[in-house]
Ligand binder design. Sequence first.
Ligand SMILES: [Zn+2]
Length: 468
Amino acid sequence: MGVTASQPIYTVEDIPGKGKGLIATKDIAKGTRIISEKPIVSISHSAGDIEQLHLSMHQQVNSLREAEKREFLSMTNIYPHENSTEDWFGIVRTNALPMGPNLDAGGVFLHACRINHACDSNATNFWNENINQLTIHAIRDIRRGEEITISYLSSLRNRRARQDELRQNFKFTCSCRLCSLPPDQSRDNDAKLDRIHEIDRIIEQGGIEALVSAPRRMLGYVEEQIQLWRDMSPNEVGLGRAYPDAFQIAIANGDVARARIFAEKVVALYLTTLGDDSPDVSQYKALFRDPASHEYYGMSMRWKTSMEEIPLELHPQVFEDWLWMRREESPEGRLTDLRDLATFPSFSDLPDQSHCESDYFDCSDVATRRPARHWCFLAEIQDVLGFSPLHVVVKDVNGVVLPLLVYTGPTGDQFSASKIRRGYTLAILYAVRHTTIFRKPWIHLKKPKMVKRPADLSLITGQVAELK
Ligand SMILES: [Zn+2]
């Protein structure tokens, strides 16, 4: 478990306005295991009805040693109560920390439950299934005399969402450093947290399907999340999901080289927050040794690499460019590689109408966004269904066949039957993807001249065919 405190490195003290709390009695290095302990009382949500819960809790409290029972009864209860059973149950509800195989139980811990909350906490709690104990790890260096804090929040959201959650569940108003930022900084922070949360939602909604249908976009989202986080915090320990997400994207597309690097980053992160005896560290150490053992390996082999392809001795910045598949700025006149999926994205990798993706645009406002670079959607026409608007069935670079509407507004009749034919290639610069659950996907063209008709593209047509 790395560095473990051999003797208590904190004291329990009265903290003005917060009841009891833990104060560091010496400097504590990031990654140190501050506490590892078993619960004195635990209840499981799946244990049965409320009467069974009360009974189980009664038995546990009554079998505590006198000193433990005194400690238990001195803990805060924020719930109204009329008898000792309700009081004890209120103490458990107020203080319990998540535990158990699926975190579906709550435990009262003599030491860990004395730790107060901070939204930007300096420590984190984790139920370690291997040792059946709750651990508290320092997630940044803590100075002697500093209060040790953990977060009671389900996830780190904007200030208002945090305050609402804490008031509703714990009946207090948080005044941590993050909640006390000056208005300007607080707004800036909230915007970043909102975007991080939005990306979490996009990745979650995309699910396994998006890992292979739009991996480049998904990887771009993860990278954006990490950069937003770095702007706010000097360490990455608040980003428990980003590197595992990046690992899944890489390995689902056969990219063993990048997956191994992402697994290594997960191990480093989890060693700090969970310790090397945690199941999660063992899991990612095994994935670091053999990334292809992951169940998603081979869903697509679009980015196929081997471990030997991890670049060595690169400048850190160049290595990061490789890792995140950042585009190279090609000199003027250099031939474009048609297999470059950043420049010639598939339909699902096109930027979405409702977002302003930094991979494509240079501002954050959808209404005024401008392309930050060049990209072109290429697709082979499989069938022509109509001309006003242009309605075709196309096959994109991934071989995905989809019906497509190309709107050109009042000038939509510019397409003629001789130029739009089966087997020809449609090429649309700066294409933006519109999709709703009610309609077919479509691309909206403001300037019809952006459409290069097949006559201009016989060469490209031939090369695109090779991509399939
Ligand atoms: Zn706070």
